[in-house]
Design a protein around this ligand. Structure first.
Ligand code: AMP
Length: 195
């Protein structure tokens, strides 16, 4: 996994989710630190994202956050991470998170998580990148989305080869294993099967 130096983590900003999700966020933060992989994320202090960042820091990891100034009204910046960058807009944040990440892990989240993740997937469809996108399907949270994506492909609303843009796994360890099978970014070749 040595080519993956940083992973963008997208997940819930909610503090009200069940403990099974918090446990997974803590596990992910710790695992990133153990693998010496920098965690790139939105820079918030709360929710699953804050838990993952704090766990990575607590285990000696490196965490970089990008937060738009205006978001301070809604979310507390996490000043306890390695680098906290305040940026001008949401679009700048998305771009910087994308550019700084070699792969993406998607823990359970809400509409913000989906917005950011679908942009990554559609950029993959358009071959703007070949970075692995892995949904970590903790507690079957993403089952309805996995079923929807299956339906999209079965009914030909997406090209079969676009299945390779993302995958679903059941746990944090499986997400790291999935990276071992993923294409090495950047590659000039068309995307290959890695499921
Ligand atoms: P949520 O999954 O709704 O809890 O949101 C997770 C994160 O997504 C939050 O930190 C939000 O700041 C962020 N977010 C929400 N909407 C957007 C958006 N349109 N673009 C980029 N980030 C967003």
């Amino acid at each position: 996994m040595k080519e993956i130096q940083s992973i963008g983590v997208y997940c819930s900003s909610s503090v009200r989710v069940e403990s099974v999700y918090i446990k997974a966020a803590l596990e992910l933060g710790e695992a990133l630190a153990e693998h010496h992989i920098t965690m790139i994320y939105g820079g918030g202090a709360q929710g699953l994202m804050g838990k993952a960042a704090d766990a990575a820091m607590a285990h000696g990891g490196r965490v970089v956050g990008f937060m738009p100034h205006h978001l301070k009204e809604f979310e507390d910046p996490n000043w306890a991470i390695t680098e906290m960058h305040m940026v001008d807009t949401m679009h700048t944040r998305k771009r910087l998170m994308f550019e700084h990440s070699d792969a993406f892990f998607i823990l359970p989240g809400g509409f913000g998580t989906l917005d950011e993740t679908f942009e990554l997937i559609t950029w993959g469809q358009l071959q703007l990148h070949e970075k692995p996108i892995v949904f970590i399907n903790v507690n079957h949270y993403w089952d309805p989305l996995e079923a929807l994506t299956k339906n999209i492909f079965e009914q030909h609303f997406a090209k079969p080869e676009d299945r390779n843009c993302f995958k679903f796994v059941r746990s944090v360890p499986e997400a790291f294993q999935a990276l071992l099978k993923a294409p090495e970014p950047p590659s000039p070749e068309p995307m290959v099967e890695w499921v």
